[in-house]
Design a protein around this ligand. Structure first.
Ligand SMILES: [Cu+2]
Length: 333
């Protein structure tokens, strides 16, 4: 798979992706414009390129379903899909299952036949292959010193056709993933973690089987948080904080964004941010969890292991992981 739109499902090193050109701006086929390019005129979709991705929807063990970039590689959540504002993503979805399903994005532009909803007869029948087209746009200046927003943001995608016309069964069984639209000039992370708070699970798993994300001290880590299901959650990360804006970073000393370490994560919503692993606090094992207390007690907690800068384990980390894996949660598994 040499498509530039892709990155890791969970915690593959961003650096390794960049060496293959996966996320380098050059791989997009266009030179990134200088930061501060004047934003005038209509949405300039023509500034971008069209990228093509093939996704395979597959049945997985345990009654789960997932999206993957190649046959046999489906995961829960699916791969992180990425584009720059102005780009178009053409997704050819191969339905290898015996269920009706689709892919429906948040945050980008699409016509009714790429809606992914049964309402618009936009889905894959069992065994069917179908192409969905997602467009994005840059910010542009409107009249009266107003700006029309571009597509940049931490978004997500999910099934909208399995089980019900809303994809309720598909979402419940794992057909979801992260979609990032970047603004040209954005800082790229070294690692990415997708965290989906979904009913009483994280990525359809409960503690102690929730994902343990890892980074070395000082690595730039991007978290993408998504909510699904029927419960309201709050995402909390220990020992790190971020600005409550598009990127998680302050853009200057007078940036008014509130700095937070906990944020509502409700069904259908998503956000993302970047932090430097262990910055200001050092290496160690840090929790991320839902801060609704009976949700954290019920298993909505996972680990963020910040290793030493050289990749070795910091003192106490093995013990902390052992403690986490040995400890039982209120509702068990
Ligand atoms: Cu919760």
């Amino acid at each position: 798979m040499d498509d530039p739109a892709l990155s890791s499902p969970r915690h593959l090193s961003r650096r390794s992706l960049m060496t293959t050109g996966v996320l380098a701006a050059g791989a997009m086929g266009v030179a990134a414009p200088a930061v501060g390019t004047p934003l005038t005129g209509p949405a300039r979709a023509s500034a971008g390129v069209t990228k093509r991705v093939t996704l395979y929807a597959e049945q997985l063990p345990g009654g789960l379903y997932g999206y993957g970039l190649a046959p046999g590689q489906a995961t829960v959540p699916g791969p992180v899909l990425e584009m720059y504002e102005g780009d178009t993503l053409e997704i050819t979805l191969v339905n290898t299952t015996n269920q009706r399903l689709s892919i429906h994005p948040h945050g980008v532009d699409y016509s009714t036949d790429s809606d992914g909803s049964p309402l618009n007869a936009s889905y894959n029948d069992p065994g069917e292959t179908r192409t969905y087209v997602w467009r994005s746009r840059e910010m542009f200046a409107a009249s009266g010193r107003r700006f029309m927003p571009g597509s940049a943001g931490y978004w997500h995608y999910h099934d909208h056709a399995m089980g019900t016309d809303h994809g309720t069964a598909g979402v419940a069984k794992g057909l979801y993933g992260a979609l990032i639209v970047r603004r040209r000039g954005d800082i790229l992370p070294e690692k990415q973690f997708t965290v989906v708070f979904h009913d009483m699970t994280i990525n359809n798993r409960m503690a102690p089987d929730t994902p343990m994300f890892e980074a070395n001290l000082g690595q730039r880590v991007e978290w993408i948080a998504i909510g699904h299901g029927n419960l309201f959650h709050t995402f909390h990360l220990h020992a790190h904080r971020w600005a409550d804006n598009r990127t998680g970073m302050l853009e200057g000393p007078s940036d008014p964004s509130q700095v937070i370490d906990n944020k509502d994560l409700n069904p259908g919503s998503s956000f993302g941010f970047q932090v430097l692993a262990g910055e200001g606090v050092g290496p160690g094992v840090w929790m991320y969890h839902c801060h609704v207390q009976n949700h954290s007690d019920g298993g909505m907690v996972g680990l963020f292991l910040v290793r030493n800068a050289d990749g070795s384990m910091p003192p106490g980390a093995e013990e902390a992981i052992h403690r986490f894996r040995g400890h039982t949660h209120q509702h068990g598994r």
